[in-house]
Design a protein around this ligand. Structure first.
Ligand SMILES: Nc1nc2c(c(=O)[nH]1)N[C@H]1C(S)=C(S)[C@@H](COP(=O)(O)O)O[C@H]1N2
Ligand SMILES: [Mo]
Length: 425
Protein backbone atom coordinates (compact mmCIF):
# COMPACT_ATOMS: atom_id res chain seq x y z
CA UNK A 1 0.00 0.00 0.00
CA UNK A 2 1.34 3.46 -0.89
CA UNK A 3 2.51 5.65 1.95
CA UNK A 4 0.05 8.20 3.23
CA UNK A 5 -0.15 11.25 1.10
CA UNK A 6 1.94 14.11 2.40
CA UNK A 7 1.35 17.74 1.52
CA UNK A 8 1.04 18.25 -2.21
CA UNK A 9 4.23 18.93 -4.17
CA UNK A 10 2.41 21.74 -5.92
CA UNK A 11 0.89 24.63 -3.98
CA UNK A 12 -2.73 23.93 -3.05
CA UNK A 13 -3.95 27.03 -4.76
CA UNK A 14 -3.14 27.25 -8.42
CA UNK A 15 -0.58 29.66 -9.81
CA UNK A 16 -3.22 32.02 -11.06
CA UNK A 17 -5.86 32.24 -8.35
CA UNK A 18 -9.32 32.35 -9.86
CA UNK A 19 -11.40 35.08 -8.35
CA UNK A 20 -15.00 33.99 -8.62
CA UNK A 21 -16.26 37.56 -8.29
CA UNK A 22 -16.18 37.98 -12.05
CA UNK A 23 -19.23 35.77 -12.06
CA UNK A 24 -21.02 37.51 -9.22
CA UNK A 25 -24.30 39.29 -9.87
CA UNK A 26 -23.29 42.01 -7.37
CA UNK A 27 -20.40 43.13 -9.51
CA UNK A 28 -22.50 42.64 -12.64
CA UNK A 29 -24.97 45.24 -11.40
CA UNK A 30 -22.15 47.75 -10.77
CA UNK A 31 -20.48 47.09 -14.10
CA UNK A 32 -23.83 47.19 -15.92
CA UNK A 33 -24.28 50.83 -14.86
CA UNK A 34 -20.84 51.68 -16.29
CA UNK A 35 -21.55 49.65 -19.40
CA UNK A 36 -24.87 51.45 -19.97
CA UNK A 37 -23.15 54.87 -20.15
CA UNK A 38 -20.46 53.34 -22.41
CA UNK A 39 -23.20 52.25 -24.79
CA UNK A 40 -24.34 55.85 -25.36
CA UNK A 41 -21.41 56.24 -27.79
CA UNK A 42 -20.67 53.87 -30.69
CA UNK A 43 -18.79 50.69 -29.74
CA UNK A 44 -15.05 50.74 -30.45
CA UNK A 45 -13.80 48.36 -33.12
CA UNK A 46 -12.27 45.46 -31.19
CA UNK A 47 -8.43 45.51 -31.39
CA UNK A 48 -8.60 41.89 -32.49
CA UNK A 49 -10.67 42.98 -35.50
CA UNK A 50 -7.96 45.39 -36.77
CA UNK A 51 -5.33 42.79 -37.67
CA UNK A 52 -5.51 39.45 -39.46
CA UNK A 53 -5.70 36.48 -37.11
CA UNK A 54 -3.22 33.61 -36.88
CA UNK A 55 -3.03 31.50 -40.03
CA UNK A 56 -4.81 28.19 -40.21
CA UNK A 57 -2.74 25.05 -39.58
CA UNK A 58 -0.62 26.70 -36.96
CA UNK A 59 -1.83 23.77 -34.88
CA UNK A 60 -2.84 20.84 -37.11
CA UNK A 61 -4.00 19.30 -33.84
CA UNK A 62 -5.72 22.07 -31.87
CA UNK A 63 -4.54 23.19 -28.45
CA UNK A 64 -6.27 25.25 -25.72
CA UNK A 65 -5.92 29.04 -25.56
CA UNK A 66 -2.57 30.14 -24.07
CA UNK A 67 -4.67 31.93 -21.43
CA UNK A 68 -5.71 28.51 -20.10
CA UNK A 69 -2.13 27.26 -19.80
CA UNK A 70 -2.41 26.46 -16.10
CA UNK A 71 -5.38 24.16 -16.58
CA UNK A 72 -3.28 21.01 -16.52
CA UNK A 73 -3.03 17.66 -14.76
CA UNK A 74 -1.12 17.81 -11.48
CA UNK A 75 0.14 15.26 -9.03
CA UNK A 76 -0.45 15.21 -5.28
CA UNK A 77 2.49 12.99 -4.48
CA UNK A 78 5.83 11.54 -5.49
CA UNK A 79 5.65 7.77 -6.01
CA UNK A 80 8.46 5.61 -4.58
CA UNK A 81 8.75 3.14 -7.51
CA UNK A 82 9.98 3.67 -11.07
CA UNK A 83 7.09 3.93 -13.55
CA UNK A 84 4.52 4.24 -10.77
CA UNK A 85 2.80 7.59 -11.14
CA UNK A 86 -0.48 9.40 -11.11
CA UNK A 87 -1.73 12.75 -12.34
CA UNK A 88 -5.06 14.35 -11.53
CA UNK A 89 -7.81 16.07 -13.48
CA UNK A 90 -8.28 19.84 -12.82
CA UNK A 91 -11.94 19.45 -11.82
CA UNK A 92 -12.40 23.08 -10.70
CA UNK A 93 -11.67 24.37 -14.21
CA UNK A 94 -13.88 21.97 -16.15
CA UNK A 95 -17.46 22.51 -17.30
CA UNK A 96 -20.22 20.08 -18.12
CA UNK A 97 -19.34 16.45 -17.53
CA UNK A 98 -16.90 15.24 -20.19
CA UNK A 99 -13.17 15.33 -19.50
CA UNK A 100 -11.05 16.53 -22.44
CA UNK A 101 -8.64 13.77 -23.44
CA UNK A 102 -5.54 15.76 -22.51
CA UNK A 103 -6.86 16.22 -18.96
CA UNK A 104 -8.05 12.68 -18.17
CA UNK A 105 -6.34 11.58 -14.95
CA UNK A 106 -3.55 9.02 -15.22
CA UNK A 107 -2.53 6.16 -13.01
CA UNK A 108 0.27 3.90 -14.18
CA UNK A 109 1.85 1.07 -12.22
CA UNK A 110 4.71 0.55 -14.68
CA UNK A 111 4.90 3.56 -16.97
CA UNK A 112 3.24 4.13 -20.35
CA UNK A 113 4.18 1.46 -22.91
CA UNK A 114 4.73 2.31 -26.59
CA UNK A 115 2.57 -0.18 -28.50
CA UNK A 116 2.36 -0.52 -32.29
CA UNK A 117 -1.34 -1.09 -33.04
CA UNK A 118 -0.44 -3.20 -36.09
CA UNK A 119 1.48 -5.62 -33.88
CA UNK A 120 -0.99 -5.59 -30.98
CA UNK A 121 -3.19 -8.64 -30.38
CA UNK A 122 -6.01 -9.38 -27.95
CA UNK A 123 -6.16 -13.04 -26.89
CA UNK A 124 -9.46 -14.46 -25.65
CA UNK A 125 -8.98 -17.91 -24.19
CA UNK A 126 -9.59 -20.13 -21.17
CA UNK A 127 -13.05 -21.63 -20.77
CA UNK A 128 -14.30 -20.58 -24.21
CA UNK A 129 -15.23 -22.83 -27.14
CA UNK A 130 -12.86 -21.37 -29.78
CA UNK A 131 -9.95 -19.32 -28.36
CA UNK A 132 -8.99 -16.50 -30.72
CA UNK A 133 -6.41 -13.78 -31.31
CA UNK A 134 -7.87 -10.45 -32.46
CA UNK A 135 -5.96 -7.76 -34.35
CA UNK A 136 -6.98 -4.10 -34.03
CA UNK A 137 -8.41 -4.35 -37.56
CA UNK A 138 -10.57 -7.30 -36.47
CA UNK A 139 -11.94 -5.24 -33.57
CA UNK A 140 -12.62 -2.16 -35.69
CA UNK A 141 -14.62 -4.33 -38.09
CA UNK A 142 -16.98 -5.50 -35.32
CA UNK A 143 -20.24 -3.76 -34.32
CA UNK A 144 -19.34 -0.79 -32.11
CA UNK A 145 -20.93 0.86 -29.11
CA UNK A 146 -20.32 4.33 -27.61
CA UNK A 147 -21.18 5.07 -24.00
CA UNK A 148 -20.41 7.80 -21.49
CA UNK A 149 -18.95 6.55 -18.20
CA UNK A 150 -16.87 7.92 -15.36
CA UNK A 151 -13.59 6.37 -14.33
CA UNK A 152 -12.46 6.75 -10.71
CA UNK A 153 -9.38 5.33 -9.01
CA UNK A 154 -10.31 3.51 -5.80
CA UNK A 155 -7.57 5.58 -4.10
CA UNK A 156 -9.33 8.83 -5.05
CA UNK A 157 -9.88 11.14 -2.02
CA UNK A 158 -7.91 8.73 0.20
CA UNK A 159 -6.13 11.75 1.66
CA UNK A 160 -9.36 12.78 3.48
CA UNK A 161 -9.74 9.59 5.57
CA UNK A 162 -8.05 11.31 8.54
CA UNK A 163 -9.88 14.61 8.15
CA UNK A 164 -9.43 17.69 5.94
CA UNK A 165 -6.11 17.47 4.06
CA UNK A 166 -5.98 21.15 3.13
CA UNK A 167 -5.69 20.23 -0.54
CA UNK A 168 -7.69 21.71 -3.45
CA UNK A 169 -10.32 19.63 -5.26
CA UNK A 170 -7.93 18.67 -8.07
CA UNK A 171 -5.71 16.91 -5.54
CA UNK A 172 -8.50 15.48 -3.35
CA UNK A 173 -10.94 14.28 -6.05
CA UNK A 174 -9.00 14.50 -9.34
CA UNK A 175 -8.43 10.76 -9.85
CA UNK A 176 -11.77 11.05 -11.62
CA UNK A 177 -12.69 11.57 -15.28
CA UNK A 178 -15.60 10.95 -17.63
CA UNK A 179 -15.38 10.07 -21.32
CA UNK A 180 -17.45 8.77 -24.17
CA UNK A 181 -15.86 5.36 -24.76
CA UNK A 182 -16.18 3.53 -28.07
CA UNK A 183 -15.43 -0.11 -28.69
CA UNK A 184 -16.92 -3.58 -28.80
CA UNK A 185 -19.16 -5.07 -26.13
CA UNK A 186 -17.46 -7.80 -24.10
CA UNK A 187 -20.53 -9.99 -24.73
CA UNK A 188 -20.08 -9.63 -28.52
CA UNK A 189 -16.44 -10.74 -28.20
CA UNK A 190 -17.41 -13.74 -26.09
CA UNK A 191 -19.98 -14.76 -28.73
CA UNK A 192 -17.21 -14.44 -31.30
CA UNK A 193 -15.21 -17.13 -29.44
CA UNK A 194 -18.22 -19.43 -29.32
CA UNK A 195 -19.41 -18.53 -25.83
CA UNK A 196 -18.08 -19.50 -22.43
CA UNK A 197 -18.13 -23.01 -21.01
CA UNK A 198 -17.77 -22.52 -17.29
CA UNK A 199 -17.94 -25.71 -15.20
CA UNK A 200 -20.29 -24.04 -12.73
CA UNK A 201 -19.00 -25.78 -9.62
CA UNK A 202 -20.20 -23.14 -7.23
CA UNK A 203 -18.59 -20.23 -9.01
CA UNK A 204 -21.68 -18.62 -10.54
CA UNK A 205 -21.11 -17.94 -14.17
CA UNK A 206 -17.34 -17.70 -14.22
CA UNK A 207 -14.75 -14.99 -13.90
CA UNK A 208 -12.74 -13.06 -16.42
CA UNK A 209 -9.03 -12.47 -16.02
CA UNK A 210 -7.91 -9.28 -17.77
CA UNK A 211 -4.21 -8.55 -18.33
CA UNK A 212 -2.38 -5.47 -19.59
CA UNK A 213 0.66 -5.38 -21.89
CA UNK A 214 2.55 -2.82 -19.76
CA UNK A 215 5.54 -3.38 -17.46
CA UNK A 216 3.20 -3.95 -14.50
CA UNK A 217 1.12 -6.50 -16.46
CA UNK A 218 -1.87 -5.27 -14.43
CA UNK A 219 -4.07 -8.33 -13.88
CA UNK A 220 -7.55 -8.49 -12.34
CA UNK A 221 -10.26 -11.16 -12.02
CA UNK A 222 -13.81 -9.95 -12.67
CA UNK A 223 -17.15 -11.67 -12.03
CA UNK A 224 -18.58 -12.23 -15.53
CA UNK A 225 -22.26 -12.17 -14.54
CA UNK A 226 -21.97 -8.71 -13.01
CA UNK A 227 -20.18 -7.08 -15.94
CA UNK A 228 -21.43 -8.88 -19.05
CA UNK A 229 -24.29 -6.49 -19.80
CA UNK A 230 -22.08 -3.37 -19.84
CA UNK A 231 -18.34 -4.05 -20.09
CA UNK A 232 -16.68 -2.73 -23.25
CA UNK A 233 -13.34 -3.38 -24.90
CA UNK A 234 -12.59 0.12 -26.21
CA UNK A 235 -10.24 1.69 -28.74
CA UNK A 236 -11.52 5.26 -28.61
CA UNK A 237 -12.30 8.00 -26.06
CA UNK A 238 -14.20 11.22 -26.78
CA UNK A 239 -14.20 10.57 -30.51
CA UNK A 240 -10.54 9.77 -31.15
CA UNK A 241 -8.36 6.74 -30.59
CA UNK A 242 -7.25 6.20 -26.98
CA UNK A 243 -4.37 8.32 -25.73
CA UNK A 244 -1.18 6.33 -24.98
CA UNK A 245 -1.52 7.13 -21.27
CA UNK A 246 -5.11 5.86 -21.21
CA UNK A 247 -4.38 2.47 -22.74
CA UNK A 248 -3.62 2.85 -26.47
CA UNK A 249 -4.50 0.89 -28.49
CA UNK A 250 -7.01 -1.09 -26.38
CA UNK A 251 -8.45 -1.10 -22.88
CA UNK A 252 -11.23 -2.65 -20.86
CA UNK A 253 -14.00 -0.41 -19.52
CA UNK A 254 -16.03 -1.89 -16.67
CA UNK A 255 -18.60 0.86 -15.96
CA UNK A 256 -18.86 1.75 -12.29
CA UNK A 257 -16.07 -0.57 -11.14
CA UNK A 258 -12.94 0.78 -9.41
CA UNK A 259 -10.35 2.26 -11.78
CA UNK A 260 -7.79 -0.54 -11.70
CA UNK A 261 -10.23 -3.12 -13.12
CA UNK A 262 -10.35 -1.01 -16.30
CA UNK A 263 -7.19 -2.69 -17.59
CA UNK A 264 -5.24 -0.56 -20.04
CA UNK A 265 -3.09 -1.82 -22.93
CA UNK A 266 -5.36 -4.89 -22.84
CA UNK A 267 -3.72 -8.02 -24.29
CA UNK A 268 -5.56 -10.96 -22.75
CA UNK A 269 -8.99 -11.98 -21.48
CA UNK A 270 -9.12 -15.44 -19.96
CA UNK A 271 -12.37 -17.02 -18.82
CA UNK A 272 -11.79 -18.93 -15.58
CA UNK A 273 -14.15 -20.48 -13.05
CA UNK A 274 -12.87 -18.69 -9.94
CA UNK A 275 -10.90 -15.50 -9.21
CA UNK A 276 -7.16 -15.99 -9.61
CA UNK A 277 -6.19 -14.03 -6.47
CA UNK A 278 -3.67 -11.86 -8.31
CA UNK A 279 -1.41 -9.39 -6.52
CA UNK A 280 -3.82 -6.54 -7.41
CA UNK A 281 -6.70 -8.25 -5.59
CA UNK A 282 -4.88 -9.60 -2.53
CA UNK A 283 -1.92 -7.49 -1.41
CA UNK A 284 -3.38 -4.45 -3.24
CA UNK A 285 -6.91 -3.15 -3.69
CA UNK A 286 -8.30 -4.91 -0.62
CA UNK A 287 -9.32 -2.88 2.41
CA UNK A 288 -8.33 -3.83 5.95
CA UNK A 289 -11.35 -3.19 8.17
CA UNK A 290 -11.32 -2.17 11.83
CA UNK A 291 -12.13 -5.74 12.96
CA UNK A 292 -9.03 -7.09 11.22
CA UNK A 293 -10.82 -8.78 8.30
CA UNK A 294 -10.24 -7.62 4.74
CA UNK A 295 -12.81 -6.38 2.27
CA UNK A 296 -11.92 -7.99 -1.07
CA UNK A 297 -13.47 -7.51 -4.54
CA UNK A 298 -15.19 -4.26 -3.55
CA UNK A 299 -15.70 -3.43 -7.20
CA UNK A 300 -18.41 -0.78 -7.39
CA UNK A 301 -17.54 2.83 -6.63
CA UNK A 302 -20.26 4.02 -4.26
CA UNK A 303 -22.24 7.21 -4.85
CA UNK A 304 -20.23 10.36 -4.28
CA UNK A 305 -20.31 14.07 -5.09
CA UNK A 306 -18.09 17.10 -4.70
CA UNK A 307 -18.46 20.86 -5.18
CA UNK A 308 -15.96 22.06 -7.77
CA UNK A 309 -16.85 25.79 -7.67
CA UNK A 310 -16.41 27.41 -5.27
CA UNK A 311 -13.64 25.18 -3.96
CA UNK A 312 -10.29 25.61 -2.19
CA UNK A 313 -8.05 28.15 -3.89
CA UNK A 314 -11.04 30.26 -5.00
CA UNK A 315 -11.87 33.58 -3.44
CA UNK A 316 -15.34 35.11 -3.49
CA UNK A 317 -14.65 38.76 -4.25
CA UNK A 318 -18.06 40.38 -3.79
CA UNK A 319 -21.17 39.61 -1.76
CA UNK A 320 -24.11 38.34 -3.77
CA UNK A 321 -25.09 35.57 -6.11
CA UNK A 322 -22.87 32.55 -6.72
CA UNK A 323 -23.87 29.29 -8.33
CA UNK A 324 -22.63 26.29 -6.35
CA UNK A 325 -21.68 23.66 -8.89
CA UNK A 326 -20.05 20.26 -8.87
CA UNK A 327 -20.15 16.65 -9.95
CA UNK A 328 -22.00 13.59 -8.69
CA UNK A 329 -21.71 9.94 -9.75
CA UNK A 330 -22.43 6.38 -8.71
CA UNK A 331 -20.91 3.07 -9.75
CA UNK A 332 -24.27 1.39 -9.14
CA UNK A 333 -26.51 3.38 -11.50
CA UNK A 334 -27.60 6.95 -12.12
CA UNK A 335 -27.60 9.98 -9.85
CA UNK A 336 -31.14 10.53 -8.58
CA UNK A 337 -30.63 13.59 -6.39
CA UNK A 338 -27.97 15.99 -5.15
CA UNK A 339 -28.53 18.22 -2.14
CA UNK A 340 -26.34 21.11 -1.05
CA UNK A 341 -25.85 22.80 2.28
CA UNK A 342 -24.19 26.15 2.92
CA UNK A 343 -24.35 25.95 6.73
CA UNK A 344 -22.12 22.97 7.42
CA UNK A 345 -24.84 20.36 6.93
CA UNK A 346 -27.55 21.76 9.24
CA UNK A 347 -29.99 22.46 6.41
CA UNK A 348 -30.06 20.95 2.91
CA UNK A 349 -31.84 21.78 -0.33
CA UNK A 350 -32.04 20.11 -3.73
CA UNK A 351 -29.63 21.17 -6.46
CA UNK A 352 -30.56 21.18 -10.18
CA UNK A 353 -29.14 18.30 -12.21
CA UNK A 354 -27.80 19.97 -15.35
CA UNK A 355 -27.79 18.21 -18.71
CA UNK A 356 -28.24 14.54 -19.56
CA UNK A 357 -28.09 11.98 -16.76
CA UNK A 358 -26.26 8.86 -17.90
CA UNK A 359 -25.83 5.52 -16.15
CA UNK A 360 -22.52 5.35 -14.23
CA UNK A 361 -21.43 8.75 -15.53
CA UNK A 362 -20.54 12.12 -14.03
CA UNK A 363 -23.63 14.29 -13.51
CA UNK A 364 -23.35 18.07 -13.14
CA UNK A 365 -25.32 19.78 -10.40
CA UNK A 366 -25.88 23.45 -9.68
CA UNK A 367 -27.62 25.38 -6.89
CA UNK A 368 -28.24 29.08 -6.38
CA UNK A 369 -26.62 30.82 -3.44
CA UNK A 370 -26.29 34.34 -2.13
CA UNK A 371 -23.13 34.83 -0.13
CA UNK A 372 -23.82 37.49 2.50
CA UNK A 373 -20.17 37.82 3.50
CA UNK A 374 -20.25 35.67 6.63
CA UNK A 375 -18.42 32.43 7.27
CA UNK A 376 -20.05 29.50 5.47
CA UNK A 377 -19.41 25.81 4.90
CA UNK A 378 -20.59 24.34 1.59
CA UNK A 379 -21.30 20.62 1.18
CA UNK A 380 -22.98 18.34 -1.34
CA UNK A 381 -24.67 14.97 -0.84
CA UNK A 382 -25.58 12.53 -3.62
CA UNK A 383 -28.36 9.91 -3.69
CA UNK A 384 -28.20 7.29 -6.44
CA UNK A 385 -30.86 5.28 -8.26
CA UNK A 386 -30.56 2.44 -5.71
CA UNK A 387 -31.58 4.89 -2.93
CA UNK A 388 -28.08 4.86 -1.40
CA UNK A 389 -27.15 8.19 0.20
CA UNK A 390 -23.56 9.46 0.30
CA UNK A 391 -22.37 9.06 3.92
CA UNK A 392 -20.76 11.56 6.27
CA UNK A 393 -17.11 10.98 7.09
CA UNK A 394 -18.10 9.84 10.61
CA UNK A 395 -20.52 7.25 9.17
CA UNK A 396 -17.91 5.99 6.71
CA UNK A 397 -15.22 5.68 9.36
CA UNK A 398 -17.67 3.88 11.68
CA UNK A 399 -18.33 1.33 8.92
CA UNK A 400 -14.83 0.86 7.54
CA UNK A 401 -12.33 2.05 10.14
CA UNK A 402 -9.16 3.94 9.29
CA UNK A 403 -6.85 1.19 8.01
CA UNK A 404 -7.53 1.55 4.31
CA UNK A 405 -7.03 4.27 1.74
CA UNK A 406 -9.53 2.88 -0.77
CA UNK A 407 -13.15 3.73 -1.57
CA UNK A 408 -13.44 7.00 0.35
CA UNK A 409 -16.76 8.55 -0.74
CA UNK A 410 -17.81 10.74 2.19
CA UNK A 411 -19.52 14.12 1.96
CA UNK A 412 -16.88 16.80 1.37
CA UNK A 413 -17.04 20.19 3.04
CA UNK A 414 -15.32 23.40 1.93
CA UNK A 415 -15.13 26.34 4.34
CA UNK A 416 -15.67 29.91 3.21
CA UNK A 417 -14.33 32.53 5.61
CA UNK A 418 -15.47 36.14 5.97
CA UNK A 419 -12.81 37.31 3.50
CA UNK A 420 -14.27 35.00 0.84
CA UNK A 421 -11.30 32.63 0.95
CA UNK A 422 -12.35 28.99 0.30
CA UNK A 423 -10.40 26.29 2.15
CA UNK A 424 -10.37 22.53 2.76
CA UNK A 425 -10.20 22.85 6.53
N1 LIG B 1 -2.33 -2.26 -17.70
C1 LIG B 1 -2.66 -1.38 -16.75
N2 LIG B 1 -3.95 -1.05 -16.58
C2 LIG B 1 -4.30 -0.17 -15.64
C3 LIG B 1 -3.33 0.43 -14.78
C4 LIG B 1 -1.96 0.09 -15.01
O1 LIG B 1 -1.05 0.60 -14.33
N3 LIG B 1 -1.66 -0.81 -15.98
N4 LIG B 1 -3.75 1.30 -13.80
C5 LIG B 1 -5.12 1.10 -13.32
C6 LIG B 1 -5.57 2.08 -12.37
S1 LIG B 1 -5.06 1.88 -10.77
C7 LIG B 1 -6.49 3.03 -12.71
S2 LIG B 1 -7.16 4.04 -11.54
C8 LIG B 1 -6.88 3.23 -14.12
C9 LIG B 1 -6.48 4.62 -14.58
O2 LIG B 1 -6.86 4.84 -15.90
P1 LIG B 1 -6.37 6.18 -16.63
O3 LIG B 1 -4.88 6.30 -16.43
O4 LIG B 1 -6.77 6.04 -18.04
O5 LIG B 1 -7.10 7.31 -15.95
O6 LIG B 1 -6.28 2.30 -15.00
C10 LIG B 1 -6.11 1.01 -14.47
N5 LIG B 1 -5.62 0.15 -15.51
MO1 LIG C 1 -6.33 3.25 -9.45
Amino acid sequence: MPARIAQPDTPPSRGRRRVLGRLALGSLVASQAAAASELLKPLEVAPSSRVPGAPILEHPYGVPSPHEADVVRRSARAWPLPGAASSMTPLADLHGTLTPNGLVYERHHGGVPDIDPDQHRLAIHGLVRTPKLFTMDDLLRMPSESRIHFLECSGNTGNEWNGPSGMPVQLTHGLLSCCEWTGVRLSTLLEEVGGVSVSGNGTQGGWLLAEGADASAMTRSLPLERILDRALVVYAQNGERLRPENGYPLRLIVPGFEGNTNVKWLRRLKVVDAPLQTREETSKYTSLLANGTARQFAFEMDAKSVITRPSPGHRLSTHGYYPITGLAWSGRGTVRKVEVSTDGGTTWRAARLVGAIHDRALTRFEADWRWDGGAAAVLSRATDSTGYVQPTRAELVAARGLNSQYHYNAIQQWRVDASGEVRNA
